[in-house]
Design a protein around this ligand. Structure first.
Ligand SMILES: Nc1ncnc2c1ncn2[C@@H]1O[C@H](COP(=O)(O)OP(=O)(O)OP(=O)(O)O)[C@@H](O)[C@H]1O
Ligand SMILES: [Mg+2]
Length: 216
């Protein structure tokens, strides 16, 4: 089991943000996390990837605990197993596309590999923009750079939060094509959080979060 989360509950100031009995994803089974804005998708992603700790519940990633361990252990597990594409892309603005990928690789678990970076930049169609800085990229180009960066440590799990929400129908479908083909080429399992039902048909495995009533 690549993701095995049990009895997740997250509360902020007496408000329940997330209440999920179980969330499991096996290796190779790409999964979609659906739900309206505010239903807790980003919260769940942050908990699964160890960026936040839940109020209660357990998360195992590839059999290793992401909950009940130190922040350093969470960071190490994320570095070893997970590639992240954030809702706000968080490319380093002072660095070019290629340098952003190099930095991510240098911070990753294995030795840096410039050839792999070239392959990834080519795969996402950014060879002609490899030496551009993020502010000079279009929105779609930035998203593709963020995907390439997330994959440059060959993560077992590639997580993307709202990768298509800013895109028109055609570009949304190409973004999903790109995520699926890049994940396949890197041997990564994909988890996508979205409120975009246009991409529902592309995934066999989908979990829908329900908006939680405002309750004490
Ligand atoms: N730090 C916080 N303090 C208080 N409330 C928070 C905090 N973070 C998130 N929330 C609330 O938790 C709920 C779930 O937020 P979350 O960002 O997980 O939703 P989402 O499903 O990702 O939404 P979207 O589709 O708009 O990205 C929202 O009502 C949000 O306002
Ligand atoms: Mg969100």
């Amino acid at each position: 089991m690549l993701i095995d989360a049990q009895s997740l509950l997250h509360r902020i100031a007496d408000r329940t943000i997330l209440d999920l009995r179980e969330f499991r994803v096996t290796q190779g089974e790409h999964a979609l996390l659906l739900g309206p804005s505010g239903s807790g998708k980003t919260t769940l992603i942050n908990i699964l990837t160890g960026l936040m700790t839940p109020t209660s519940g357990t998360v195992l990633i590839d059999g290793r605990p992401m909950t009940g361990v130190s922040p350093a252990a969470r960071d190490a597990l994320r570095r070893d197993r997970i590639g992240l594409v954030f809702q706000t892309l968080r490319l380093v603005s002072a660095l070019t596309v290629r340098q952003n990928l190099s930095l991510a690789q240098n911070l990753g678990p294995s030795a840096s590999d410039p050839a792999e970076i070239n392959t990834l930049i080519e795969r996402v169609g950014l060879s002609h923009r490899a030496d551009a800085r993020p502010r000079d990229l279009s929105q779609g180009e930035s998203q593709r750079a963020a995907i390439a960066r997330a994959l440059c440590t060959r993560p077992a799990l590639l997580v993307a939060d709202e990768p298509t929400s800013a895109l028109d129908d055609t570009n949304a479908q190409s973004m999903i094509d790109l995520l699926l083909s890049s994940a396949a080429a890197s041997g990564s399992t994909l988890l996508i959080a979205t409120h975009d039902h246009r991409i529902r048909a592309r995934f066999a495995h989908a979990v829908e979060l329900q908006p939680l009533a405002v309750a004490a």
